[in-house]
Design a protein around this ligand. Structure first.
Ligand SMILES: C[S@@+](CC[C@H](N)C(=O)[O-])C[C@H]1O[C@@H](n2cnc3c(N)ncnc32)[C@H](O)[C@@H]1O
Length: 626
């Protein structure tokens, strides 16, 4: 593809997809509109390419077709192939929003704003629709949706094939104007998730979707009418998809045939649930929703759902000026002989005093995090952790002198890199005198009961308080735990208890977070951690343990705590006398626990019973939908 084509984002749609989309929208149009005279139906293809959509639109018997294409090199081909189509070789984004259509269909160009800022600047300068709807981080096809919506007649339909990332994005990520525009003016009628198949051979790894929007009538906007959303999910079975099987699948969808590769259902989310500023979790079958709600009944306090953020402040670990300098690697810049430590300064190893040794902290990378624990043997190095607060009352000049006196070898080592460290701080607009300290992550702001701000020093917590932590990138629920000294950088998130929340039951919470129940919630709520913890904080409901009052529930909780506590210490055996009460109260669960070797699964059995959930039902839903 040459540069110019790349700019135009010219990836043509396979025949069978275009055929499917045209027939599919036609079916929707017929079922939602009275118009049966195809000559009266005005159709728009905003970015025709070689005309694959036009071909099938004509094939369906439509006659009133308008199409735009910016690439002049396609002009002759299009004019010769489609003499009866109103072809416009100009920028669609400059077209008049007052020209209205019944159906708009196509594959708009995808182009991220981040890497193509200049192109977007030009568009904003030249076209009012771009000026109106521009936001950072957006994609070019958002403009096509905006203008498409404006050009639809009330009741009219728009169907595009696009990448699917925009659906799960929230406010800050480029959809700030797109979702409000869609929810105000349209209903989403259908969503087809193509993320399990490869549609565009030139764009492998891209996740796509097809969707249909319907423009609201004025009275529908005012009366706040709701509509259901049809979902089609294509299942991945043995990765055996190719063009031939894709074609069959799309035929099956059109003909409403059952296929082991297809899931068709109405989303439990309806149009009224589509929030203008949030991610849309459309793949949400009713059976899944019912289970989520059942879990949530145990997570309420005074009627409101409890979330992680009600108990914890979640923060990254430490951000250092430069990891390679601050984290000493054993046998490189650090030597450990028995309990003595030596730091390498100017090619000589110098022994550290006990006082200095205390300022070297074991550092771990997020890859060591395991459910309930972490791999203690995988230390990534020893972090130099000097605390600014220790010298708080000194003026700046003197402060560094004091630190140098207190920690002569550590500071001598750091001074070796002084220029580099100062440069980094200077470039980041930070105080160049702070070269001895972590940049962030050693303090958090807390608010006490009277909402007074208070800075909390985290060193004692990193050193020896109970801590739950997890990796900043993860598809599933893996939460580590320790009371040992555990320091990490920004690839790890820590759960710091909020002021006044001392009643949290760490062991029970840890069991729950690592459970099959939370694994199910991750899938059901489409939670994937990608350097953002917002979904986790705001969407994982946390059990209200005080709701469990019966003797048998309390016994289940005791056992969950007991096995979890063992797991955090890597103890897998169970003291059988601990199970006496269980045997009496739940002979069934007792024998399940005895037969189960895996401690995690034992905890799952107990938790599922506590939540009154049936494991097979959860497994069935996970298998069927995810
Ligand atoms: C992703 S391709 C799809 C083409 C065709 N609809 C198909 O599905 O095969 C997008 C097409 O839009 C054209 N295009 C890009 N920007 C355009 C614009 N602002 N106005 C009209 N066409 C544009 C490109 O030249 C390209 O042919």
């Amino acid at each position: 593809m040459d540069l110019n084509k790349n700019r135009l984002s010219q990836i043509f749609t396979p025949d069978y997809i275009a055929e499917f989309m045209v027939k599919n929208i036609n079916q929707y149009y017929i079922s939602t509109n009275n118009e049966s005279n195809f000559d009266e139906i005005k159709i728009l293809e905003p970015c025709a390419g070689e005309g694959v959509f036009i071909e099938y639109i004509l094939g369906e018997g439509f006659t009133d077709i308008t199409a735009y294409e910016l690439d002049q090199s396609l002009k002759t081909h299009l004019l010769e192939s489609y003499p009866n189509v109103d072809l416009k070789f100009e920028n669609f984004l400059g077209s008049d929003s007052n020209e209205k259509y019944d159906i708009i269909i196509g594959n708009p160009p995808y182009l991220g704003q981040n890497y193509n800022a200049k192109i977007f600047q030009e568009l904003v300068k030249n076209y009012s629709v771009c000026k109106k709807y521009f936001v950072g981080n957006m994609d070019l096809f958002y403009f096509f949706i905006h203008l498409g919506i404006d050009k639809l007649k009330p009741g009219g339909l728009l169907s595009f094939i696009t990448t699917n990332y925009w659906l799960t994005k929230s406010n800050k990520t480029g959809i700030k104007l797109l979702k409000p525009h869609i929810t105000k003016d349209c209903f989403l009628l259908q969503y087809i998730d193509l993320s399990n198949i490869n549609v565009f051979t030139d764009a492998k790894g891209q996740h796509n979707c097809i969707f249909i929007l319907q423009k609201k009538h004025e009275k529908e906007k005012q009366k706040i009418v709701d509509k259901l959303i049809d979902i089609i999910q294509i299942k991945r079975i043995n990765n055996q998809f190719n063009e031939k099987s894709n074609k069959m699948l799309f035929k099956d969808i059109l003909n409403n045939e059952d296929s082991p590769h297809l899931l068709k259902y109405r989303s439990a989310i309806t149009n009224k649930d589509l929030l203008p500023n949030n991610g849309w979790n459309l793949k949400y079958p009713l059976a899944v929703k019912n289970h989520v709600e059942k879990i949530e009944t145990n997570c309420r306090f005074n009627g409101s759902l409890l979330y992680l953020s009600d108990f914890f402040v979640i923060r990254n670990g430490l951000i250092l000026i430069k990891d390679e300098i601050f984290v000493l690697k054993e046998n490189e810049s650090l030597k450990i002989v028995d309990s003595d430590m030596f730091i390498k300064i100017d090619n000589t190893f110098v022994k550290l005093s006990d006082h200095e040794k205390q300022k070297l902290k074991k550092m771990f990378k997020s890859k060591v995090i395991e459910p309930f624990s972490y791999d203690k043997n995988e230390i990534s190095g020893y972090l130099i952790y000097l605390d600014k607060n220790e010298f708080k009352n000194q003026d700046l000049k003197k402060r560094n002198e004091f630190i140098e006196k207190g920690y002569p070898n550590l500071t001598a080592y750091l001074n070796h890199y002084r220029e580099e460290l100062e440069d980094i701080l200077r470039n980041a607009n930070e105080n160049v005198n702070d070269i001895y300290f972590p940049r962030r992550g050693s303090m958090i702001t807390q608010f006490d009961i009277e909402h007074k701000r208070k800075l909390v020093n985290l060193e004692p917590y990193y050193d020896k308080e109970p801590k739950i932590f997890f990796s900043y990138i993860s598809k599933s629920n893996v939460f580590g735990y320790t009371k040992d000294s555990y320091y990490a950088t920004s690839d790890t998130y820590f759960l710091w208890l909020r002021e006044g929340k001392s009643e949290i039951d760490y062991l029970f919470l840890l069991a729950y977070l690592n459970s099959k129940i939370v694994n199910f919630l991750f899938k059901a709520k489409n939670i994937i951690l990608k350097r953002s913890k917002t979904k986790l904080e705001e969407e994982i409901p946390i059990p209200n343990i005080s709701l469990f009052q019966s003797q048998s529930q309390l016994e289940l909780i005791n056992l969950i705590r007991y096995i979890t506590s063992n797991l955090t210490q890597n103890i897998v055996s169970i003291d059988k006398t601990k199970l006496n009460k269980l045997q009496e109260l739940f002979p069934n669960i007792y024998s399940q626990i005895l037969n189960e070797k895996n401690s995690r699964k034992k905890i799952d059995i107990l938790l599922l019973n506590l939540f009154d959930l049936v494991e097979e039902d959860i497994d069935f839903l996970l298998e069927k939908y995810y």
